[in-house]
Design a protein around this ligand. Structure first.
Ligand SMILES: Cc1cc2ncn([C@H]3O[C@H](COP(=O)(O)O)[C@@H](O)[C@H]3O)c2cc1C
Ligand SMILES: O=C(O)c1cccnc1
Length: 358
């Protein structure tokens, strides 16, 4: 089990149980008996132990039915000039996800994952689709430089929606969830939430998002500073989410909590997903036990959040897309880690001689 860290929020452990330490220890001992030098599979060994701890059994089940939940929302703070892209792109990309033409659509097909798209507050009315779930409480968040992104009640409802979605997916046989996002401007609220929950200054957690120049970056940092000054010192994580976050960040936080509820792994993506993960871990620190960081996004806020959560990302590919792309790409590694424990021969069984001690 991870050493307790200062998560920067006043939260206490819930009734939910964390990972099973005995299963985790069994997986570590099991790894020492497999036909390879001890520790030679590196991070895959830690991942295997984490999966055993999540499932409560060694070897852990190999995830067969992954689902990627892509939550979408539009942001009032776009009016401050924090992104070069027009707001309409959010709805257009949701249509692209559903038509199968986006990066996440391709990567999901490659790794054999289902994609579920959640409308958590897209500005324009979306055409109904069987893979689109509408949980929006309002269309477009408030401009965080001037007002709260969401009412507290709406933030809570969106978190609950993400949480309930994972329960439903699990009931249908989904055994691993991954998180993704779509929302023009959403690297701004994500950096604001990360600054508030890690205590780092906005300049240290703010990046170029979809591609802004130095002048726009300076403006983006200033907008986040103003937002933090407006909302005041962070109190509880749900309030931080409501003040500075957004609908997709709320649903992602709920997905992470939902994975804890049904005890399955949740692979998280880049800076938006990590803002949601910080909120989830603030609401219930036990949730962090079930989180696997898919990758290290180029956005500096992602690294800040990973460090705060004590998570080591599986991939580091200079990705800066979102949509769940870095989480999707990590799914085969998660499967491999479980499969190694399930299928590799032990020294005894294979008749391989063990290391001789000099
Ligand atoms: C065509 C396109 C597809 C995307 N897919 C994900 N994002 C990513 O970029 C956006 C955040 O960056 P910023 O804060 O700079 O606006 C989010 O929608 C995120 O999911 C996209 C952005 C665009 C333009
Ligand atoms: O970290 C991410 O996922 C990210 C980075 C830039 C733009 N959109 C998403």
């Amino acid at each position: 089990m991870r050493a307790p860290t200062d998560r920067g929020v006043d939260a206490t452990r819930s009734a939910a149980k964390g990972r099973d330490e005995r299963a985790e220890a069994a997986a570590r001992a099991h790894h020492l008996r497999l036909t390879k030098p001890a520790g030679s599979l590196g991070v895959l060994e830690d991942l295997g132990a984490q999966l055993a701890g999540i499932a409560g059994v060694d070897p852990p089940p190999v995830p067969r039915r992954p689902a990627i939940v892509v939550a979408a929302c539009d942001h009032g703070v776009v009016d401050e000039g924090v992104t070069p892209w027009p707001r309409d792109v959010t709805a257009q990309m949701v249509a692209n996800f559903l038509a199968g033409g986006a990066a996440i659509s391709v990567l999901a097909r490659e790794v054999g994952a289902s994609v579920v798209v959640v409308d958590a507050g897209v500005a324009t009315e979306l055409e109904r689709h069987p893979a689109l779930l509408d949980v929006a409480r309002r269309r477009v968040t408030g401009n965080i430089a001037q007002e709260a992104a969401l009412d507290l009640d709406d933030a809570r409802a969106l978190v609950e929606a993400g949480r309930a979605l994972v329960s439903s997916l699990h009931a249908y046989g989904i055994d691993l969830v991954a998180t993704g996002d779509m929302g023009i401007g959403n690297t701004t609220p994500s950096a604001a939430v990360i600054a508030a929950l890690t205590g780092r200054p906005p300049a240290a957690v703010t990046g170029r998002g979809t591609g802004i120049d130095d002048a726009q970056l300076a403006r983006k940092i200033e907008v986040i500073e103003r937002s933090l000054a407006r909302s005041g010192p962070p109190t509880d994580p749900m309030s931080v989410l409501a003040e500075l976050g957004g609908g997709e960040i709320a649903v992602i936080a709920g997905v992470v909590l939902g994975a804890m509820d049904v005890r399955i792994p949740v692979v998280v993506d880049g800076v938006i997903s990590l803002a949601g993960t910080l909120v989830a871990a603030g609401i219930d620190p036990v949730a962090a036990d079930f989180v696997i960081a898919g990758h290290r996004s180029v956005e500096p806020g992602a690294t800040a959040a990973l460090e705060h959560l004590g998570l080591r990302p599986l991939l580091d590919l200079d990705l800066r897309l979102g949509e769940g792309s870095g989480a999707a790409l990590a799914i085969p590694l998660v499967r491999s880690a479980a499969r190694i424990l399930a299928e590799m021969a032990t020294f005894d069984a294979a008749g391989v001689a063990e290391r001789s001690e000099a």
